[in-house]
Design a protein around this ligand. Sequence first.
Ligand code: ZN
Length: 390
Amino acid sequence: MNKLIVPKVILHEHIEGSITPFMAQKLAEKNHIPFPDSLCYPTGEYDANEYKNGRYRYDETNFNQFIQTYDTVSNFLKTPEDYYAITFDFLNRNARQGLIYCELFLSPYHICTTENNGEIIWHKEKFHQTLTQMDKAIVDVQKQHQITVRYHVIGVRHLGAKIVHETLRFIQHNPHHFITGFNIAGNEKAGHFDDFQDSHQLASQLKLQKSYHAGEIESAQSIIQALKHGAVRIGHGIRAIEDENLIQQLVKNNITLEIALTSNRILVNELHGNIYNHPVRKLYEQGVRVTLNTDDAGIFGTDIEKEHHIAQSIFHFSRLELLDITLCGIYAAFVEKAIKEHLTHYVLSFFTSDDKNELQQAITSQHYHPAIIARFLEYQRLLLLTPVNQ
Ligand SMILES: [Zn+2]
């Protein structure tokens, strides 16, 4: 990989949300499903530089239209092979942009259940076949790119505590070596984290690390609740900005926020569709570990390069700060310690002599929050152990 590129990490991408308009069209044709004219803008009616893989037509101010689009597109997925196609497509195009580590969120409930007279039936064969296809896609992407991938199992919050627990029970009986995380996602307003007590416990028992969606739509209080139940990362978490004490707690306990700028601009009402209102810079400057994520890359018309570009051009993150964000991502990754160490050294090998000078200046200037300075000092220490990049 070109040594001047910033290597990138995604900790938060829902696999069904990664489907681009072009991929949706292919899946619909393959599975003989009508493709509604209204789903996407026709060629020529959108900026093809901005939306390289087509553009969905939903009104960005209308949450229901967004959900409808998501559902329509997810319903184009019919077979395990379809999951191969979307996993390969997403990872391959992001790996070309420098993605070296990715966590994909998958929902067993959506992948492998049917309903019969109100009873939910879990089809384990379909689950295994689907994961086999996703694994195969990863191996095929790895033939050309150096990338590591892990999965989270999603408990869909608005389906209720019972189904979330059943989902984890299903994983207990059908484990997979790449499933390292448990995630509560879906409508943040549905229920309270206390309602999911059985699931919090079972996830711990299964040694799944927890990242919960909170503080995107709901208040800072929802983040406090997620932490109380063992989350070590927070999906979005941007409303932490409303609570000074919480920010200090996040910094002190090395909690990582999975920020998704494009997703937040579209879905978070408080931002009024205006990315300039996003608190990412303020959170970073107060010492919080932030990462940049795509969330639903295909549906939002984004990819990791675009998220980095927004961070750089709108929030003035420097190359050194973007490298720090990537290293925060590796630090927070739900992956084995040896791989984490290897990835950390790999990212450090991208530090040019200019980056090292920047690092030294940042440390001596004391302009940064002490938590950031502590990270920078650690990078400096590790750089002495890392082969020089020329
Ligand atoms: Zn999400």
